[in-house]
Design a protein around this ligand. Structure first.
Ligand code: SAM
Length: 299
């Protein structure tokens, strides 16, 4: 989780972006030997960055807090391998999901690795090889965009068009949940390294940030015990949107409410403790990941 810091007490170690947003991620039962030659970049990504069980739990709970009822239909935008959608199905037979992504290879990997093992339960999900601005098959109660992927929309009009399409496509009781990364460290050109329990090293490189445009180029690399490295396994060309900008845009497209969930401090006062609480201001940590939960006033 994030190391955070006041200006007086600089944090050590990783930035928020190098951690998983909600929990410690898929359980690691046995150490495997990964090398650059044999490892699969999607598997490494899931192990290093995604936290499906607790992440999905957060989505379900955030909906329940707002609507005092249970959501059963999820839409995962920029779903990649659609790991969250797959875990959503595991909640019960009444749960259904849709995933949207424009990368055929990544979707195919997700289908084979995350859905095929679910057998006939996988039929409760639909993976769409489509842009996130396309309509859902069924209006979602929970719609989510994770790991900051929406930052691919660099221009205000583009972002508004996306958020408007989200708002218009939600079920009447629907809730939109996105994560956001910020804090002074997020704008620095730096490299952070984190050892992953499964047996490899995750490297997050903030390669460039242009203050005039917020153009933001980042890479993920993986390093292995045998000395090999998978360089630039993933590259992102984003705009680093700020939290108040995103809140304003969400209001502008018609979400009356945008709740913020900030991570609270661990006993050391420096790191986060993985507990997210509603707050209107947050704390000025050096780096943070926060959730925005946007919804309409219920009709
Ligand atoms: C950072 S990955 C996110 C993977 C996963 N959702 C996660 O939470 O970690 C970004 C994904 O967004 C997809 N993508 C980028 N632009 C898109 C668009 N306009 N519509 C749908 N998918 C898009 C890419 O193909 C890629 O799989």
């Amino acid at each position: 989780m994030a190391r955070r810091a006041s200006r007086k007490k600089p944090a050590r170690g990783t930035t928020a972006r190098t951690r998983k947003p909600v929990d410690a991620g898929p359980e690691v039962t046995d150490k495997r030997v990964f090398t650059a030659k044999t490892a699969d970049r999607h598997e490494l990504y899931q192990l290093a960055l995604q936290s499906p069980e607790l992440g999905v739990h957060f989505l379900a709970l955030a909906f329940e807090k707002v609507r005092r009822s249970k959501a059963t239909h999820l839409r995962e935008d920029f779903c990649g391998t659609a790991l969250y959608a797959a875990y959503w199905l595991r909640r019960g037979k009444e749960y259904t999901a849709e995933g949207f992504d424009i990368c055929p290879d990544t979707l195919a990997w997700g289908k084979a690795r995350n859905f095929d093992p679910l057998g006939s339960d996988a039929k409760r999900a639909q993976l769409h090889l489509k842009d996130v601005r396309e309509k859902s098959h069924k209006p979602p109660q929970v719609r989510t965009a994770q790991n900051f992927s929406y930052q691919v929309f660099k221009h205000r009009e583009e972002m508004l068009a996306y958020l408007r399409s989200v708002r218009e496509d939600l079920a009447p009781d629907g809730v939109f949940i996105m994560d956001i990364y910020g804090g002074p460290d997020s704008m620095m050109e730096l490299t952070e390294v984190r050892q992953i329990d499964a047996g490899f090293t995750y490297v997050w490189e903030q390669a460039s940030y242009k203050p005039g445009t917020a153009d933001y180029r980042t890479h993920i690399h993986f390093r292995f015990a045998d000395g090999s490295e998978m360089k630039r396994a993933f590259t992102y060309d984003w705009r680093l949107w700020t939290l108040p900008e995103m809140v304003d845009l969400l209001h502008e497209v018609g979400f009356e409410h945008v709740d913020q969930y900030w991570e609270t401090a661990a006993k050391d006062g420096v790191s986060g403790n993985r507990v997210f609480k509603k707050s209107r201001q947050g704390k000025n940590w050096r780096a943070w990941i926060t959730y925005l939960v946007a919804y309409r006033a219920f009709p």
